[in-house]
Design a protein around this ligand. Structure first.
Ligand code: SF4
Length: 313
């Protein structure tokens, strides 16, 4: 927040012991494991190599800014047949580094080359802003020439109240990021003027909530060991106080969804997963604002054309 680490952010790696305790052998339907940073980047994890080796029978998808680790490491990764990597490269050259601050475009491209030359399966994800929208065709060509399987263009959901986003470094304003000129934000599609929050309109016109994570049989483990259906709910802990308070009312006891205290099976059988969350989706006694924002069928982000940066493809 404003170029500083948010005071409530629990900066931690998911404990290797916790991952080892997962009953992976019993999970016959576990097909895909996705390492996605919610606030961080999976390549920062010191035990990443061990973790990758734990999921021999699953397809592993890694989403990363890729400005980390040596070319040798990337080359070794490229030889693993069950791994694919999404490289988050938002522009070519300097343009990339305006959003992905303190990463190196040159290093990322070198890493991607090492991975691709070793036979790795790579996807290029490109978030389109005004400052990089002129590079779309060039990026398409480069991704093809380098051997990426595909390139996916997305919009950012940072522009929820304004069409500009102020970038800070340690509290000092640097520059504005602007939404792409052809992006229609959720606020705009709800006819909410710039500067105003869209929440009231989104909530007023909401439809029934259908949990997309449940529908797609996905589950999310947060870096602190707590388990939720999706990363959006997992990120509430570092968000607005009112959202934290409401999540606490639904979860009741966080130890009961925390792999430091109970096992995975107990969590799936917990009141949170079996009763409280399903009831809350039916507004009993209330629905969590995050579930309304993402999963209500009328105005929710998953069901809206404004689908932006999400963990569920
Ligand atoms: S936001 Fe709520 S309803 Fe949507 S996937 Fe996550 S837990 Fe389910």
């Amino acid at each position: 927040m404003h170029g500083r680490v948010h005071k409530n952010l629990n900066v931690t790696h998911l404990d290797l012991k916790i991952i080892r305790s997962l009953p992976i052998e019993k999970m016959k339907n576990l097909k895909i494991v996705h390492f996605c940073g919610n606030f961080g980047d999976p390549l920062m994890h010191p035990d990443l190599d061990d973790i990758i080796d734990m999921f021999q029978r699953q397809q592993i998808e890694i989403s990363t800014n890729a400005s980390l680790r040596s070319q040798q490491w990337w080359s070794d990764l490229g030889k693993k047949k069950n791994v694919s990597v999404t490289f988050c490269i938002d522009g070519i050259g300097h343009e990339h580094e305006l959003y992905r601050r303190n990463t190196s475009y040159e290093k990322i491209i070198d890493n991607a080359k090492a991975f691709l030359e070793a036979g790795g399966l790579a996807i290029w994800q490109f978030i389109v802003f005004r400052h990089n929208q002129h590079q779309i065709d060039e990026a398409k060509k480069l991704s093809h020439d380098m051997g990426f399987k595909k390139i996916e263009f997305r919009f950012s959901d940072r522009f929820d109240t304004h069409n500009k986003w102020k970038v800070f470094d340690n509290g000092v304003y640097q520059y504005d990021l602007e939404k792409a000129s052809h992006q229609t934000t959720l606020r705009e599609s709800l006819y909410v003027p710039e500067g105003e929050k869209y929440w009231k309109v989104l909530n007023k016109n909401k439809g029934q909530i259908t949990c997309v994570a449940s529908q797609r049989k996905k589950i999310y483990i947060h870096s602190d060991g707590t388990v939720y259906p999706c990363c959006q709910l997992g990120s509430v802990q570092s968000g607005k106080d009112v959202e934290k308070l409401m999540l606490k009312k639904i979860v009741k006891d966080f130890k009961k969804v925390d792999l430091h205290w109970v096992n995975f099976e107990q969590i799936l059988k917990s009141d949170f997963f079996q009763k409280n969350l399903p009831a809350s989706l039916k507004q009993d006694p209330f629905s969590h604002p995050i579930c309304i924002e993402w999963c209500n069928k009328a105005t929710g982000k998953y069901y809206n054309q404004n689908l932006t940066s999400v963990d569920i493809p």
